[in-house]
Design a protein around this ligand. Structure first.
Ligand code: UDP
Ligand code: MG
Length: 337
């Protein structure tokens, strides 16, 4: 792993002949930051002599985000604009961006400036050294509550106990992917888009850079706890069948306990008689078994629901408009610089 000093300017402009870099930016109601974001991104990318394509995936925003992106596109030919027919969620927005990206490498970055665009040149550098996936690990989480940090930590502990591929903690969706890594992701048809898991699943040569995560520049987080909880369930059920086994073992354990209790009460009654009817034990047993059964059916239901959703084979997302970036024109612009 390589440490990165944030904000350190690269010594010279790197010339990457004939290559295109795609930047995928999921954006949902980001009118407050998207212009500043684009300026910062442009500044950062000017350190690289590479063809550029910036795809803004508007995830059904209800504010002025699409208007602003359209304006950006009018003034900057490197901007591509993909708008969903409604809000499909960040994971799907990222997937759509990857489906449409034409670059030799693709960077996925949030629009709220929590992922600093200045780091893109060092990600490209890691890619040029041969990495297929450049993961960005956050060394700090500014502007996040203790509770959010604690729950995130717990989630990674649990999922890594259960999932078959290791999923690193503190690595978000900010990353660079080589063309073959993107192609691998595009071949995954599932609706359960737990991207962190999918990125880990594809393998290839992975490199991790460390950075300091800033607080949101403006606007508000779209991840209330309820949504994070749903994401956690997606992650666990999408990458592990362990909860199903757990339900099975629970069933066996409680059945065994019931047999032992039966033996105990039979012997006790036989030796001492039964002066008081066993009301409390009955209640306890019924409640316990009932709880285990309902819980297990619930776990089963989570998986059956996923089979149901996948089996419908609906498209992942619906596009309202797609205006691709003019990457050839951008090439001319770079040459003239
Ligand atoms: N986002 C999206 N669709 C959604 C929610 C969020 O495309 O339904 C985008 C959002 O615009 C931002 C990124 O995903 O660019 C991260 O969202 P946010 O900052 O709300 O998440 P956090 O940083 O709090 O995890
Ligand atoms: Mg954010």
């Amino acid at each position: 792993m390589m440490q990165h000093e944030q904000g350190k300017a690269l010594p010279e402009k790197r010339v990457i002949e004939g290559m295109t870099l795609s930047i995928v930016v999921p954006a949902y109601n980001e009118e407050a930051v998207i212009e500043i974001f684009h300026r910062r991104l442009r500044d950062a990318a000017s350190a690289l002599a590479i063809r550029l394509e910036v795809i803004y995936v508007d995830d059904g925003s209800t504010d002025r985000t699409p208007v602003i992106v359209t304006q950006l596109r009018d003034s900057d030919p490197a901007v591509g604009f993909l708008r969903f027919s409604r809000n499909f969620g960040k994971e799907i927005a990222v997937s759509a961006g990857l489906n449409h990206a034409r670059g030799d490498a693709v960077v996925v970055i949030d629009a709220d400036l929590q992922d600093p665009p200045v780091l893109i040149p060092s990600m490209v550098e890691a890619w040029q050294r041969g990495a297929d996936v450049v993961n960005m690990r956050r060394a700090s989480r500014a502007g996040e509550t203790m509770l959010k940090r604690a729950t995130a930590h717990l989630f990674y502990r649990v999922i890594n106990q259960l999932a078959e591929v290791p999923i690193s903690e503190d690595v978000g969706d900010f990353r660079l992917l080589s063309r073959r890594a993107v192609d691998a992701l595009n071949r995954m048809p599932e609706r359960n888009r737990f991207m962190k898991g999918l990125f880990a699943w594809i393998g290839f040569q992975q490199e991790t850079l460390t950075y300091h995560r800033d607080a949101r520049a403006a606007g508000s987080s779209k991840w209330p706890y309820w949504r994070l909880w749903k994401l956690a369930i997606e992650g666990i059920t999408g990458f592990s069948a362990a909860p199903l086994k757990l339900a099975l073992y629970f069933g066996f354990a409680s059945a065994a306990a019931a047999f032992m209790a039966l033996a105990y009460f039979l012997i006790k009654t036989w030796l001492l008689g039964d002066p008081v009817p066993g009301f409390p034990t009955t209640i306890v047993t019924v409640l316990f078994l009932g709880g285990v059964q309902i819980g297990s059916i619930g776990v089963l239901g989570e998986y059956v629901a996923r089979v149901f959703i996948e089996s419908k084979g609906r498209p992942l997302y619906l596009i309202d408009t797609y205006q691709p970036a003019d990457i050839c024109l951008q090439d001319e612009k770079t040459k003239n610089r």
